[in-house]
Write a protein that binds this ligand. Structure first.
Ligand code: PMP
Length: 387
């Protein structure tokens, strides 16, 4: 058995009760236990995204990409979509939407930056767009967008505000109702910290009214097919359209039980403190951070390393017990790696991560002074969570 902690950008550090909830029951999807797990997960997902009862929650098979693609159900043929992208996952909307008879325009930021709110609004004001896509945290760089501000400014000029919260929901603040966001989506394996296998989204009444009769979406991801079943789960029943990810739903229900007990407020605070400690640590070790200072997320950090063989570094870190993610943003791919601090992350994980970074870089002659990163991080924890 390998003893290693996963500080990848998703899945990230495990909670073994949550993971094992997926395999414990040999229970079918038509059982009362499954229906109850679905109902509870749908209701709790609404809570976590700050969506009131006018929003319809969905849990569908697949993951973040499936949830993204299902959004096509809300768009009529020839709809115009503004894609706001700060990196690889924002770009994914182009890959998806270009498969359908839709029109789109792209605003693309440089690595580590975000498209400013004023630019988004200027574009929407010009343009007769039906929808805009925003990525709350861009996983290829760790950039977080000021969602509340963007949604408020964009609202008068666009019908649907669509937010990819795959790398944020469960770790960052999300307030669908108050911020007037139409669609928030995520995947089970990221900051919700459950097994992989499900895509989750909430849709406002305005969005549900736009579900297309003459849909251009495919069969599996046409949300009209799923809406009936979600309604049935919410009222205590069940149903079948296509087999749901049974184990993942049990894992999600366990995750939501723990989130409810922790409270979202505490959970958001834990993510903020862990990420702040981690960033302090890497800066103290003389490394750079990819995201511009005002845009740094609580869930993902991209770390620049100079004069380092990154593949060797990632292997050496793994040998020291911590698995990180490689860089993926094409502009800077060979100069950085990524760290996920989300879901069930705690002080111990941050300390082990900094320890592995120091050791793995020093094995390539970086000359980082011993324990410098860990001491800086410890100070943040001591200040934020006095024992
Ligand atoms: N959007 C973002 C922001 C992501 O981080 C990811 C996954 N890394 C996705 C979409 C795609 O999700 P999945 O891999 O679950 O399909």
């Amino acid at each position: 058995m390998v003893s290693r902690i996963l500080m990848h950008v998703g899945p990230s550090v495990a909670n073994y009760n949550v993971l094992s909830a997926a395999v414990a029951p040999n229970i079918g999807f038509a059982s009362p236990e499954f229906n109850a797990a679905m109902k509870y997960s749908l209701e709790q997902f609404r809570e976590v995204t700050g969506a009131d009862e006018t929003y319809t929650p969905f849990i569908i098979p697949g993951g973040g990409t499936a949830a993204m693609e299902s959004v096509v159900s809300f768009l009529a043929r020839d709809s115009r979509v503004l894609i706001v992208t700060n990196g690889v996952f924002g770009d994914r909307w182009e890959g998806i939407l270009s498969r359908y008879p839709l029109k789109f325009k792209i605003l693309r930021a440089k690595a580590g930056n975000a498209i400013p709110t004023a630019q988004i609004v200027a574009e929407l004001r010009e343009g007769g767009f039906d929808a805009v896509t925003i990525t709350q945290v861009e996983t290829s760089t760790g950039v977080r967008m000021p969602l509340k501000e963007i949604a408020a400014a964009a609202r008068p000029f666009v019908k649907l505000i669509i937010v990819d919260g795959v790398a944020s929901i469960g770790g960052e603040r999300m307030n669908a109702s108050r911020w007037n966001i139409d669609i928030c989506l995520t995947a089970s394996q990221k900051a919700l910290g459950a097994q992989a296998g499900a895509g989750l989204l909430v849709a406002s009444q305005r969005a549900m009214d736009m579900l297309q009769q003459d849909s251009i979406s495919g069969y599996l991801l046409d949300l009209r097919n799923w809406a009936k079943i979600m309604g049935s789960y919410l009222s205590g029943g069940g149903g079948y359209f296509a087999t749901p990810p049974i184990g993942t739903v049990f894992s999600l229900a366990e995750s939501f039980r723990r989130i409810e007990a922790e409270t979202m407020e505490t959970r958001i605070g834990r993510h903020r403190i862990c990420s702040e400690a981690f960033r302090k640590g890497v800066l103290e070790m003389g490394l750079g951070i990819v995201a511009s200072e005002s845009l740094r997320s609580s869930t993902v950090t991209g770390v620049y390393v100079e004069n380092t063989d990154l593949q060797k570094f990632l292997k050496a870190a793994m040998a020291k017990g911590v698995e990180f993610a490689a860089g993926v943003h094409p502009e800077i791919k060979d100069r950085y790696f990524r760290v996920g601090h989300m879901g069930w992350v705690e002080q111990a994980h941050i300390m082990l991560a900094l320890n592995a970074i120091e050791g793995a870089l020093n094995s390539q002659g970086a000359g980082i002074s011993k324990d410098s990163g860990k001491l800086a991080a410890k100070e943040v924890f001591e200040k934020s969570m006095p024992v």
